[in-house]
Write a protein that binds this ligand. Structure first.
Ligand code: GRF
Length: 195
């Protein structure tokens, strides 16, 4: 089976990226992680990826100031030069412009730490607890122009326990993120490989 060349975009520690790299270490996994890009040179995940033998580079957004699209044009060129067909955002903390979203329509996924459509945006666990939700969780979705709004590919639910704080809930949800993301990415890669 053809493995779909895939890039992961990160901004920080990259634990979801690591889960994807681990899954893709299996030659039977339908996506091959060939490139990791970060918008910050100090993203800890860059070292993790490099240690795993994956090309890992920073393309900092700062020099581009307010011109988000100019930064994205450089990202896009790098992705295409590497022959990438699928992009996984994993804790990539930049809102994308329509330019990059359209360029990768149907081929870019994100993981969000809430049960979308509940709690898009930041501070999801805090908000789930404050709202009295019975469950928190995570969602993998296709990236569209509305932030955290694209078609849902998969979700995992985690009960909210009495005494949970945003940190304790985040830690339990993260365990599920690390299972859900590789499973959803595999499904999408399989359908792209056959298309
Ligand atoms: C995760 O909770 C992810 O859902 C969110 O940002 C966090 C990134 O964590 N989008 P990591 O960098 O993957 O460890």
């Amino acid at each position: 089976m053809r493995r779909v060349p895939t890039a992961v975009l990160i901004s920080g520690r990259g634990s979801n990226m690591e889960a994807l790299i681990r899954a893709a270490a299996d030659p039977a996994y339908p996506a091959e992680i060939v490139l990791v890009l970060a918008n910050r040179a100090d993203a800890a995940g860059l070292e993790t990826a490099a240690r795993a033998g994956i090309a890992a580079e920073a393309i900092p957004h700062q020099p581009f100031g307010k011109d988000r699209e100019a930064h994205e044009r450089v990202l896009d060129a790098r992705l295409r030069r590497a022959g990438i067909e699928l992009v996984a955002l994993a804790g990539y903390m930049r809102v994308l412009t329509p330019y990059l979203v359209r360029a990768w329509a149907g081929r870019m996924v994100n993981i969000h730490p809430s049960l979308l459509p509940l709690h898009p945006g930041l501070h999801t666990h805090e908000r789930a607890i404050a709202a009295g939700d019975s469950h928190g969780g995570c969602t993998v979705h296709l990236v569209t122009e509305g932030v955290d709004e694209g078609p849902i590919l998969g979700q995992a639910r985690v009960p909210i326990l009495a005494g949970d704080t945003a940190d304790t809930l985040a830690a339990r949800v993260l365990v599920e993120e690390h299972r859900l993301y590789p499973a959803c990415l595999a499904d999408l890669a399989r359908s792209l490989a056959n298309s």
